[in-house]
Design a protein around this ligand. Structure first.
Ligand code: PMP
Length: 430
C-alpha cells in the first residue's frame, strides 16, 4: 500500500516558502486533489518518491526523457562537461555542433538560436515574426499553450485549462489585444480572422499536435490549410514543437505530418531535461535577430555548456538510432490497444487520442478535437482515475488537459502492468 507521509510533510513545509508549494502550478495536484508526490530520483521508466514508492512514469518530465530517466550517456556527458565550468558567457564550439545537429535533423532550419525555456522560444519567435513582417497581431488556438509570456496567456491550455483560469491578472489589455484566437482544427475560423484583419497578422502559432488539452491531433487538411493561408498572406507559420520536436520523429511534427513551418520552437527535449529551448528557421527570417538584425533577443545562460552537452548527446542518439521512433510508437500503440480493451470491458464512454509516443485517454464518447470537446469530457472521472492509477504505481499527468508521454525504457511488463492497473482502477471508480 502506497504511503505519502514524507511527501505530505514536505508539501506542508514547501508551502511556507514557495507559492503553493511548487515552482510550476500543475505540479501542485490542485486540480486532482491530494498531496503532490515529491520525487527523489528516477531511472529508466521509473520514478521513486521520498516515501520509497516506485512509479511507472508517463510524464517523462513533460516530454524530454525520451530515452528514460538518468540515461547514462547523458549523465556521463554532463558530469564530464561540468569539470570545464558550468558557464562562460562566451561562445563555444559545442554550440555550433548543437546547431548543426539540429539543422541536420529538423526540416526548414538554416539557423538556430538557443534560449533557456520553451516560453522564451515562443516569445522570441513571435517577436521575430512581428519584426520580420512589420505586423502586430497573431493567431493562436484555444487550448494550446506556448509558455507564460503575456501575449500567449489568452484562452491557453495546460495549467490555465486545468485551473480554469480565463483571464490572468497582471496582463495588460495592450499585451493581449493583439492575440486573436480560433478553435483548434477550425480552418474557417482562421480564414475569417485573416479576412477581418487583412494585412495585420504577423504569425499563426500552433502546437502541430496539441499536448496541452490532452493529446489532440490535427485533422487532415488543417495544418495544410494553415500553410496555404500563411503563404498567401505573408504570415509566418510558427510550429511550437516544444513537445513534438524530436519526439514524434527525428524531424518532429514537420517530418511526421509532412508540413513545412517558417519558424519552429523547441524546448525541453533538446536539453534532455536541462533548462533549454530554441527557435529556428530559414535564414531569410532568422537574420532579423540581433546581432545580425535589430530584433533583440539575448540570454546570459543561453547555450549553456551543460544544457548543450545533454541535448547534443540525446539528439545524436535519436538521429543515429531511428528504430527508437518505431519502437516508441509500437509501445504506445500496445498501450492504446490495452486501454481500449479495458475501457470497453468497463463499459464506460471514452476516447483515446494518440500519435507516435503521445497519447491521452478522455472520458467521453465524442471525438476530442478541440478545447471545447476536451472540456466536455468527464474531468471528475479523470481525477478519480488519476488517483486510482497513482496508488497502483502508475504516474500519469495530474490533469485531464495534458498529454501522456512514453519513454523508450518502458518494457512490455511495464505496459502490461499499466493496462492491468487501468482495468482495476476503472473497476474501483465506476
Ligand atoms: N510550448 C509548449 C507546446 C509547451 O508544452 C510548453 C511547456 N509545457 C511551453 C511551450 C513552455 O515551455 P517552458 O515550460 O519550458 O517554458
Amino acid at each position: 500500500m502506497y504511503q505519502y507521509e514524507s511527501s505530505k510533510t514536505l508539501f506542508e513545509r514547501a508551502q511556507q516558502s514557495i507559492p503553493g508549494g511548487v515552482n510550476s502550478p500543475v505540479r501542485a495536484f490542485k486540480s486532482v486533489g491530494g498531496t503532490p508526490v515529491f520525487m527523489e530520483k528516477a531511472k529508466g521508466a521509473y520514478l521513486y518518491d521520498v516515501d520509497g514508492n516506485q512509479y511507472v512514469d508517463y510524464i517523462a518530465s513533460w516530454g524530454p526523457m525520451i530515452m528514460g530517466h538518468a540515461y547514462e550517456p547523458v549523465v556521463k556527458a554532463i558530469q564530464a562537461k561540468a569539470e570545464d565550468s558550468t558557464s562562460f558567457g562566451a561562445p563555444t564550439q559545442l554550440e555550433i555542433e548543437m546547431a548543426e545537429l539540429i539543422k541536420s535533423m529538423a526540416p526548414n532550419v538554416d539557423m538556430v538560436r538557443m534560449v533557456n525555456s520553451g516560453t522564451e522560444a515562443c516569445m522570441s519567435a513571435l517577436r521575430l515574426a512581428r519584426g520580420y513582417t512589420g505586423k502586430n497581431k497573431f493567431i493562436k488556438f484555444e487550448g494550446c499553450y506556448h509558455g507564460h509570456a503575456d501575449a500567449f496567456l489568452v484562452k491557453a491550455g495546460s495549467g490555465l485549462a486545468t485551473f480554469n483560469i480565463q483571464t490572468v491578472p497582471g496582463i495588460t489589455a495592450g499585451a493581449a489585444n493583439d492575440t486573436l484566437t480560433a478553435p483548434y482544427n477550425n480552418l474557417d475560423a482562421v480564414k475569417q480572422l485573416v479576412a477581418e484583419h487583412k494585412n495585420e497578422i504577423a504569425a499563426i502559432i500552433i502546437e502541430p499536435v496539441a499536448g496541452n488539452m490532452g493529446c489532440i491531433l490535427p485533422e487532415p487538411g488543417f495544418l495544410e490549410g494553415l500553410r496555404t493561408i500563411c503563404t498567401a498572406e505573408n504570415i509566418v507559420l510558427i510550429f511550437d514543437e516544444v513537445m513534438t520536436g524530436f519526439r514524434l520523429a527525428a524531424g518532429g511534427a514537420q517530418q511526421k505530418l509532412n508540413i513545412q513551418a517558417d519558424l519552429i520552437c523547441y524546448g525541453k527535449v533538446i536539453g534532455a531535461g536541462m533548462p533549454v529551448g530554441a527557435f529556428a528557421g530559414k535564414k531569410d527570417i532568422m537574420q532579423y535577430i540581433a546581432p545580425l538584425g535589430n530584433v533583440y533577443q539575448a540570454g546570459t545562460l543561453s547555450g549553456n555548456p551543460l544544457a548543450m552537452i545533454a541535448g547534443y548527446t540525446l539528439l545524436k542518439e535519436l538521429k543515429e538510432n531511428h528504430a527508437i521512433y518505431t519502437e516508441l510508437e509500437q509501445k504506445t500503440v500496445y498501450l492504446r490497444n490495452g486501454l481500449d480493451r479495458v475501457c470497453k470491458e468497463a463499459g464506460i464512454p471514452y476516447t483515446i487520442n494518440q500519435l507516435g509516443s503521445m497519447i491521452s485517454l478522455h472520458f467521453a464518447e465524442h471525438a476530442v478535437t478541440d478545447f471545447v470537446s476536451a472540456s466536455a469530457t468527464n474531468i471528475e472521472r479523470f481525477k478519480q482515475f488519476f488517483h486510482a492509477m497513482l496508488k497502483r504505481g502508475i504516474y500519469l499527468p495530474p490533469s485531464a488537459f495534458e498529454s501522456w508521454f512514453l519513454n523508450h525504457a518502458l518494457t512490455r511488463d511495464d505496459l502490461d502492468k499499466t493496462i492491468a492497473a487501468a482495468a482495476d482502477s476503472l473497476k474501483e471508480i465506476i
